[in-house]
Design a protein around this ligand. Structure first.
Ligand SMILES: Nc1ncnc2c1ncn2[C@@H]1O[C@H](COP(=O)(O)OC(=O)[C@@H](N)CCS)[C@@H](O)[C@H]1O
Length: 892
């Protein structure tokens, strides 16, 4: 890797610290070369302006966000892992701190003068930082992270200015870090030990910093949810060049001609030679239950967003899913409901279909696994794997219920060969040997979350007849994973390099292969499954996890007779799996090994997007305990599906478990949707946050230009009003298109209101105004409705389940008020204060939008903070804990 920079560029320090810290922390750092170029030189060919420093990751592949470069260096050697807190600090640093520090440095170091205005604008941020570093060495946790490197890199040049006077904690933090070798060495390389004077030329050669971003709430502290717009005085005017003005005019006139038309979707969609052919598979939800919101964000919704995005980019993609219908869980449900397993599958497959329809999940095909295609393909694959010598026969011990005459313990099978991860045994329960929870399952305890061997259960009972099981020995078939391991490793090396894999999917996969794979049992002594066709085993069925992923193939076969074009075409098809973290090994290790064992040119996974877990408030979703919102409940709330989609995507558990919280749901709806997005459209995480950011810019553009005022003035001003409104309409169209993957109904309303051409609903590579001069828009109407706090309180009660049995979520869940230690106020009191917080938030936002006087805004912000404290107290949370929790979990 190469750092390309100009002499004395203070931002280079960050990358160098990260590289040095990498070597110090892992022993083997990246081989990082520093190449010096002229000040202001354009290095990245596709950027219109000079951007220095940049990290050249591979030849011609640049990271031009310094913070991303730092994050890459520190995560690639495992010095730090994904962390929302670190990301929050980085976002705050780049969107708030740096844009305010930069003009101060330009004035003090570049021009050797003081500018009171820029100095004073920086004060609140420094005050916040001063408090945050009090008695601390590191901003997040107890070791060095990118957060420290990036914040330090930006503030340390201030030590040469008088501005840090009055910030003793911050000064001492900078001093502490400066003593660390990596910091010392990096500073010495950049300053050549001449002090900050070396920054001067580089500072003066850099393009003006964009005005502080309002991507996140633009408030002093990164934890407050008060949102604001940049004040006029803080904005750095950017002079447009002649070239840029000409390009904008050309784009306005001819841009739309460059926009490709949206491709028509004709089923069945098949791969096209030479195109990007994307096969999108969402994990197949178990049919035995109604999916909860965790299932929805974990697989079908995430895949839906990607699939919709692919369509808007005109990629040749197909999105498939269906219900996973075999296995013990279905048999159990059938017993519970007095139906046959097939009746259960039919009933719940229909329920799943209705729920996904309501959530607007746009499968190209939604199938199921109890089909003749599935039986045929599973047995065919088995024979190939068997005939290729990748199946082992062995005997094992299992729990057996003599009264029901059936085996109970799947887990036992696994333990002997595999450390037994993830095998569910739901026919047996007992007392957990670890925590004494009295309803532990045979595979895992819901009380303490630990994995259990069914035979270790105290007082085990058959779930259907409650008698005590005995241990029996039976013959089973095992997939010879050790033999397939070298081929799998080869495949994974390539896929990790060329594909998109979430951090957790790589970590989980590596943890499985790190110690060598073990044979995996693929048969079960059950009735409800695909019959094993091998002589001597015909009374058994395939284990559900052997057949489930093959379901992707058979579901494709029920979609098109040409299914092999997708599934036996590894060079032209990119397979993308969406799933929750517990599903990772089945998709990255076991299923690929099955397909490699079959040796029939199968398409293997190239990309994997795995989520962490979504919890419900401060607990886990539990159907049996009635805790949480399930797919069908969401519909009954009367709140539109798009609002659920928006919120689930906003809190999508990407780097750690997150929680669905009704209070937060209300705030996000009433602030982000109603006041930001809804507000802008009706004037007329990379993800939905960027769309909100575009919408904020649109709001700012309207507010700054006030076309409703201009239109009443001189002819020139009237013409400008027209340009502003046209631009706003085109921004709204862009938002409508970009929103389509996330909130399809809202997107349709926006685009219909704008009366644009549906064929222009394509995501462009640059902003193209598609609504031309003279275009007539349709009838505007409000996009979103306010959610009342009283409704939220009602929902909380409705979905809290039987409280005494609810199972606490693991402590890492951040957003719920888990550490409540104070007495709680009544629900109606909480509802009323929540309402006041929302209203006061609106007051503050409005004042900021109007660019009211600072003292006036400060007064209202103080009131808002007081109300928030009151709300925390009412919820039984110590406000100090609440604010630190918010800090950790805010950027959801
Ligand atoms: N709480 C959760 N948060 C996020 N994702 C979750 C959560 N719980 C489960 N999941 C994922 O949902 C899908 C479907 O899960 P289900 O248990 O219904 O089905 C299966 O795991 C298998 N039938 C998949 C066979 S391909 C899954 O990806 C979970 O990881």
């Amino acid at each position: 890797m190469k750092v390309i920079t100009d002499r004395g560029n203070f931002q280079t320090v960050k990358i160098l610290i990260a590289a040095k810290a990498q070597t110090a922390g892992s022993g083997s750092g990246t081989d990082l070369k520093v190449t010096e170029v002229k000040h202001g030189e354009k290095v990245v060919p596709y950027l219109t302006e000079s951007k220095l420093p940049v990290l050249e990751v591979k030849p011609e592949k640049f990271l031009f966000s310094v913070n991303s470069a730092v994050r890459l260096l520190l995560t690639s050697t495992g010095i730090e892992s994904d962390s929302k807190q670190i990301d929050e600090w980085l976002e705050w640093e780049s969107s708030q701190l740096l844009p305010y520090v930069f003009p101060v440095l330009v004035n003090h170091i570049g021009h050797n003068k003081t500018d009171k205005q820029s100095d004073s604008l920086l004060q609140p941020l420094l005050t916040y930082l001063n408090t945050s570093v009090k008695n601390k060495t590191y901003l997040v946790g107890d070791s060095l992270t990118s957060a420290d490197v990036c914040v330090f890199g930006t503030v340390y040049p201030l030590t040469s200015t008088p501005i840090l006077k009055g910030f003793p904690e911050l000064t001492s933090w900078i001093e502490k870090l400066s003593l660390i070798d990596a910091f010392k060495e990096a500073i010495s390389i950049v300053t050549q030990n001449k002090g900050p004077v070396v920054f001067k030329e580089s500072l003066l050669s850099q393009p003006a910093m964009p005005s502080p971003d309002s991507l996140t709430s633009k408030s002093t502290s990164k934890s407050s949810s008060v949102s604001s717009q940049p004040t006029e005085s803080s904005e750095v005017e950017k002079q447009l060049t002649e070239e840029e003005l000409n390009a904008a005019e050309k784009c306005w006139r001819d841009g739309v001609a460059k926009l490709p038309e949206l491709r028509e979707r004709k089923h069945p969609i098949l791969p096209i030679k030479g195109e990007k052919n994307i096969l999108i598979c969402s994990a197949l939800p178990y049919v035995n239950n109604v999916p909860h919101l965790g299932n929805i964000i974990g697989c079908v919704l995430s895949a839906d967003v990607y699939s919709r995005y692919c369509r808007l980019r005109n990629y040749n993609s197909v999105y498939l899913c269906g219900t996973d219908e075999y296995g013990t869980a279905t048999e159990n449900k059938a017993l519970e409901e007095g139906l046959t397993p097939q009746e259960i599958c039919d009933k719940y497959n229909k329920l799943h279909t209705e729920i996904y329809d309501w959530f607007n999940i746009s499968f190209d095909h939604f199938g199921r696994t109890t089909t003749t295609e599935q039986t045929k393909i599973v047995q065919d694959i088995f024979w190939k794997v068997y005939n290729n010598g990748h199946v082992i026969k062995d005997s094992i011990d299992q729990l057996h219920c003599d009264k029901c005459n059936r085996f109970l313990a799947d887990r036992f099978l696994a333990d002997r060969f595999l450390a037994g991860r993830f095998l569910a045994d739901r026919f047996v329960s007992g007392i957990c040997p670890m925590c004494s929870y009295d309803d532990a399952r045979g595979d895992q305890c819901d009380g303490c979350g630990k994995l259990i061997n069914a035979v270790e259960l105290i007082n085990p009972k058959c779930k259907s007849c409650t008698s005590t099981p005995t241990v029996k020995t039976t013959q089973h078939l095992f997939l010879d994973l050790p033999k397939l391991e070298p081929e799998l490793r080869q495949h994974l090396d390539k896929a990790f390099d060329n594909g998109l894999w979430t951090h957790n999917s790589k970590v989980i996969t590596n943890s499985w292969i790190r110690d060598g794979l073990k044979p995996r049992c693929i048969t079960r002594d059950l009735k409800w499954g695909i019959p094993v066709p091998l002589e001597g085993y015909t009374d058994k069925v395939f284990y559900v996890w052997f057949d489930a992923p093959i379901g992707y193939i058979s579901i494709t076969a029920t979609y098109t007779k040409d299914w092999e074009k997708w599934w036996k075409n590894p060079n032209e098809v990119e397979l993308f799996n969406f799933l929750g973290k517990d599903n990772v090994p089945f998709h990255s290790v076991i299923f690929p090994c099955t397909l490699l064992g079959a040796n029939d040119n199968f398409t293997l996974v190239k990309h994997m997007s795995a989520t962490e877990y979504l919890n419900y408030e401060d607990t886990k979703f539990s159907k049996s305990r009635g805790v949480g919102v399930f797919g069908n409940n969401a519909k009954d709330t009367g709140i539109p599906a798009d609002v659920f989609r928006f919120y689930l995507l906003f809190v999508r558990p990407e780097s750690q478990d997150t929680a669905f919280s009704w209070d937060d749901f209300l705030l996000k709806n009433n602030s982000e949707l109603l006041n930001n997005l809804g507000n802008f459209i009706n004037r007329l995480r990379d993800s939905i946050r960027n769309i909100l950011s575009i919408s904020r810019l649109g709001n700012q553009m309207m507010q700054a230009n006030k076309p409703w005022v201009l239109v009443k003035r001189t002819p020139d001003e009237k013409a400008r009003a027209g340009s502003v409104v046209s631009l706003a309409a085109n921004i709204a169209w862009l938002i409508g298109v970009l929103l389509q993957p996330y909130m399809p109904s809202t997107s349709e309303i926006i685009c219909t209101q704008l009366n644009g051409n549906p064929k222009n609903m394509v995501i462009p590579t640059q902003f193209i105004p598609v609504l031309k001069t003279g275009h007539k828009i349709g009838k505007p109407s409000p996009l979103f409705q306010k959610i009342e706090a009283s409704l939220i309180e009602e929902m909380k009660k409705k979905f809290q389940g039987k409280q005494e049995k609810s199972v606490p979520a693991k402590p890492e869940v951040k957003s719920a008020p888990a550490n409540s230690v104070l007495p709680k106020a009544s629900d109606s009191e909480i509802a009323s204060i929540t309402d006041q917080v929302t209203k006061q938030g609106e007051v503050v936002r409005e004042l900021k939008t109007q660019k009211a006087e600072k003292s006036k805004i400060d007064k209202e912000v103080a009131l808002l903070l007081d109300l928030k404290k009151k709300l925390s107290l009412a919820q039984g949370i110590d406000p100090a804990t609440a604010s630190s929790n918010k800090k950790k979990g805010k950027k959801k």
